[in-house]
Design a protein around this ligand. Structure first.
Ligand code: PLP
Length: 379
């Protein structure tokens, strides 16, 4: 049976063959504990340090500012709780946005239950935070600003550089969840002006189960876990060498191929959109400002078509996701689309299509054909 075309790369990516090859010796041969002082331990320690330098290379940080974790969720938890706890004597106010992933929102909700005060900034119709709103929300007791770099559902890129400058002027720690942007667009921590940045391995062709947190030198942070001295005690526990090697290689490959990958993802996304518009005309509604969007992401609504019905109708041919959930016949709109003030009909008709670095013209043309046929049948 022919495999369906995969166009849900914001959900996860396959492991890049170069990444898999780099990991294989650590799966089959090199099993030493990086903390052991004999050679098979030392060589695994060296592998972890090489990976740290590769990750740092992609985001323009120092290797010693990279801390390996198990996933982006863990990195976000470490960043947000770690900064909040380390600064609780200074204040208990955190600024975030209304369109964060649950891996940020739920952490904020938890802290709120522990006596922290959270400001959720509203966004414009395209899902963008206004830096002025950040500035206006700052209080004497603000200890952290956490705003994502690019949104997972709609692809909107936030004005991180401007927010970073505001955070710095006010001496407030600034974290960004860059799970969706690392490997797709430039994520230079100095240009962005961030103090902490979350990386998710499986969104950039490394395996699932590995992430990293960039922590700028001299940032005061408390660890979530207590144990051995791995990762300078900030994230103790014997290192996941195999996956760490994978993340390192994925970052090296992403940096090496960044221009070409960016172009391919964008050309595929734009070919898809143009193809759909040329056949469906104004039945196609684009939810975001594509000038300020990840190059691979298309959040689009097809008038009078239930996104859920459409996605499941085409799922043997093309895999995409929706901006709503459907339980027992009830449609619930995602918090991101709600924050963008999308009307119910448009939100319920919204799908997310996300291309990958190896998406081909043939896959896109096939997808256009499948989508157009399905939409014609369903309307
Ligand atoms: C923006 C963003 N943050 C965090 C996460 C959580 O990633 P993980 O489930 O790998 O921890 C995701 C995953 O979709 C994401 O898109």
């Amino acid at each position: 049976m022919k495999k369906p075309v995969y166009l849900d790369y914001n959900a996860t990516t396959p492991i890049d063959p170069e990444v898999a090859s780099a990991m294989l010796p650590y799966l089959q041969i090199h099993f030493g504990n990086p903390s052991s002082s004999y050679s098979i331990g030392r060589s695994n320690k060296e592998a972890v340090e090489k990976a740290r330098a590769q990750v740092a290379g992609l985001i323009n940080s120092q290797p010693e500012e990279i801390y390996f974790t198990s996933c982006a969720t863990e990195s976000n938890n470490l960043a947000i709780k770690g900064i909040a706890w380390a600064n609780s004597d200074k204040g208990r106010h955190i600024i975030t946005s209304a369109i964060e992933h649950p891996a940020v929102t739920e952490v904020c909700k938890y802290l709120s239950s522990q006596g922290y005060d959270i400001t959720y900034l509203q966004v414009d119709q395209y899902g963008r935070v206004d830096p002025k709103d950040v500035e206006n929300a700052i209080r004497k007791d603000t200890v952290l600003i956490t705003i994502m770099h690019a949104n997972n559902e709609v692809g909107t890129i936030q004005p991180i550089q401007e927010i970073g400058a505001i955070a710095r002027q006010n001496n407030i720690v600034f974290h960004t969840d860059a799970s969706q942007s690392v490997g797709k667009i430039e994520t230079d921590v100095d240009k962005l002006g961030v103090d902490l940045l979350t990386i998710a391995g499986h969104k950039l062709y490394a395996p699932k189960g590995i992430g990293a947190l960039y922590i700028r030198k001299r940032t005061l942070i408390e660890n979530l876990m207590h144990g051995g001295g791995q990762e300078k005690g900030i994230r103790p526990g014997t290192e996941n060498v195999i996956h760490t090697v994978g993340l390192g290689k994925a970052c090296e490959v992403a940096l090496r191929d960044s221009k070409q990958n960016h172009q391919n993802m964008q050309v595929s996304r734009d070919r898809l959109l143009n193809g759909l518009i040329s056949q469906l005309g104004n039945q196609v509604h684009v939810n975001v400002d594509l000038e300020n969007c990840l190059p691979n992401t298309l959040s689009v609504a097809f008038e009078n078509v239930s996104a859920h019905t459409l996605a499941s109708f085409i799922s043997s041919d093309v895999l995409i996701s929706t901006g709503s959930a459907c339980h027992s016949g009830e449609t619930t709109i995602s918090s991101v689309l709600q924050a963008m003030n999308l009307d119910f009909r448009t939100a319920a008709a919204t799908v997310r299509i996300s291309t990958g670095k190896h998406t081909t013209k043939e896959e896109i043309d096939f997808t256009i054909e499948v989508l157009v046929n399905a939409i014609k049948k369903l309307t």
